[in-house]
Design a protein around this ligand. Structure first.
Ligand code: 0RQ
Length: 507
């Protein structure tokens, strides 16, 4: 323990998870560590849920995180009926259902923005921060584990801090973080990060040691989710995108090292990055939020020179092996707070190529990433908006249909907009790729329909687009019919009119 808690006075603060959870009372706001299931606070939230179940007491909290956290937190606390408000991102099915029943108030935020609001008190006070750490330094600094997330600002703003000191997480993680908090507005200095591998901060989160109210020692591994294996369609999508990059290199618009890459979580993003193992691209850099399996493969293969992210989120199958070889990655990976990994100004500065996933795209290139049929929350916007609006190239990928072909992911009008047409430059489905750069809405529609829509919906979309033009305008729509596909799907389970041929099942 001396190695992990290097400030002797703080060793007195080691308590059980139950004792630490006793600091949390009804009406409080908790800010916990964790980003895409990496570096979550694990045992104190569970002890809290257990206490509520045992005592039957009334306890309602607001829960803030970095991004999605594992079942141990979101599901456990939700099932205990403890969470009344949650931000800024989640992906748990139990919590999602509670959100869609209107029981949990979910604030779906751009991931770079939360801490700006927290620091300026716009979301109210933060009572307790629960932060996973691999070590506490000689002067009380908190060394995060596999993610940084919002932890620096949570530590800075919380009245009290509980540290979950995780001895399972390798101490080698120390030194991989770059903790930097921008100064106050409106006269903030420019953020001095001018290279993907630049260091501008400290290896630990500096806090007054007196603020650390409790330390709980744990030995729990991150609970990562399995990564969906690539299928024929995700491989086709990756193929279209790699061909497009190749084309851009040949035209002299991109170097063979491309530009720093960002990719969302999931199998398409992973398939695209995997495709780069065999491609002509080399000396790649990543400026992203999540570092998944493929990043480690590219680093191993010598194709990627450096990866900057906010979290290491790998598949359970790879986690142990990657963590045991951390020494090989230490000098080629930096983990940053999410307001820096996702910072609009830095993304613009680096000219990032952003690859994110859509639920549906409309014929003009507006993207819905969050709401099924316009009303039901899936996960949240996450960092996709931070990157899409500010990227050198903003790419959105989606399969052309969902639910065995009953839903078209290319629609006349999206039923909820996360990314407007202004933030979307390339759309990719397994059918093909539409390069929308420099095109007006009237030029975008036929391209998206012909290149990206599934053949079973293409004629229906052509028909809509022909009719819509009768109403004129910069962006022609038949407003009476624009959302009729969604209404039909809500009422019948399918966007296809009764007499349309059914497309073959998606797989
Ligand atoms: O439903 O699980 O019930 O089968 O949506 O779809 O195709 O498995 O794809 O797992 O990559 O998720 C956009 C949700 C895609 C995700 C989204 C249904 C489909 C399936 C999942 P089932 P797939 P993925 C990085 C950046 C927003 C945040 C973001 C996401 C389920 O990528 O949340 O990009 N992105 N963040 O059947 C009805 C449609 C549908 C549909 C798909 N049109 N209508 N259902 N589905 N299209 C992360 C962070 O920032 C932290």
């Amino acid at each position: 323990l001396e190695e992990r808690i290097r400030m002797p006075a703080l060793r007195q603060r080691v308590v059980s998870a139950e004792e630490a959870a006793a600091l949390i009372q009804d009406g409080m706001t908790l800010g916990i560590s964790g980003f895409t299931r990496a570096g979550d606070a694990k045992v104190v939230p569970q002890a809290l849920a257990e206490r509520v179940r045992r005592t039957g007491e009334r306890l309602r909290i607001q829960l803030w995180t970095g991004a999605s956290v594992a079942e141990e937190v979101d599901r456990t606390l939700c099932e205990a009926g403890v969470v009344v408000r949650r931000l800024p991102f989640q992906s748990d099915p139990v919590l999602r259902a509670a959100i869609n029943r209107g029981e949990v108030m979910y604030v779906d935020q751009h991931l770079s923005q939360t801490v700006e609001m927290v620091r300026e008190g716009q979301l109210g006070p933060l009572d307790v921060a629960i932060l996973e750490a691999v070590a506490i330094t000689e002067d009380g600094g908190i060394v995060p584990s596999t993610s940084v997330g919002n932890s620096p600002t949570f530590a800075h703003m919380a009245k009290r801090i509980i540290v979950e000191l995780n001895t399972r997480q390798p101490l080698l993680l120390e030194g991989m973080h770059d903790i930097y908090e921008p100064g106050p507005r409106p006269h903030r200095d420019p953020i001095p990060l001018t290279r993907v591998d630049g260091r501008i901060g400290q290896p630990a989160i500096a806090v007054p040691p007196g603020k650390i109210a409790a330390i709980v020692v744990t030995h729990r591994a991150d609970h990562f989710a399995p990564l969906a294996a690539p299928d024929a369609e995700t491989e086709q999508m990756a193929g279209h995108l790699l061909e497009f990059f190749d084309h851009e290199v040949r035209r002299g618009r991109l170097p063979e090292s491309l530009r720093p890459l960002q990719s969302g979580v999931g199998s398409v993003a992973n398939a695209v990055l995997h495709g780069m193992l065999d491609g002509r691209f080399h000396n790649l850099e990543m400026y992203s939020e999540v570092l998944q399996d493929a990043v480690f493969d590219l680093l191993d293969a010598g194709k990627m020179r450096f990866a900057s992210g906010c979290a290491i989120t790998v598949s359970p199958a790879r986690a142990q092996e990657i963590m045991s070889r951390l020494v090989a990655y230490r000098d080629r990976i930096i983990l940053r707070p999410q307001e820096i990994s996702n910072h609009p100004g830095i993304i613009r500065r680096f000219g990032v190529i952003a690859i994110n996933t859509a639920i549906e795209v409309d014929i003009y290139g507006n993207v819905n990433s969050t709401h099924v049929l316009g009303t039901h929350m899936m996960n949240g916007i996450g960092g996709s908006g931070d990157f899409a609006r500010n990227a050198y190239l903003s790419v959105f990928v989606t399969k052309s249909t969902a639910k065995d072909g009953r839903i078209s992911c290319i629609v006349p009008m999206v039923a909820h907009v996360d990314h407007t047409e202004h933030d979307v430059q390339v759309v990719v489905t397994e059918q093909g790729l539409a390069d929308l750069r420099g095109l007006a809405p009237r030029e975008r529609a036929p391209l998206i329909i012909e290149r990206c829509a599934h053949p079973a919906y293409r004629e229906l979309l052509r028909e809509y687009w022909r009719d819509a033009q009768r109403f004129g305008g910069q962006t022609p729509h038949d407003l009476a019919k624009a959302l009729s596909w969604h209404v039909r799907a809500r009422d019948t389970g399918s966007m296809l009119p009764d007499d349309s041929p059914r497309p073959a099942a998606a797989d």
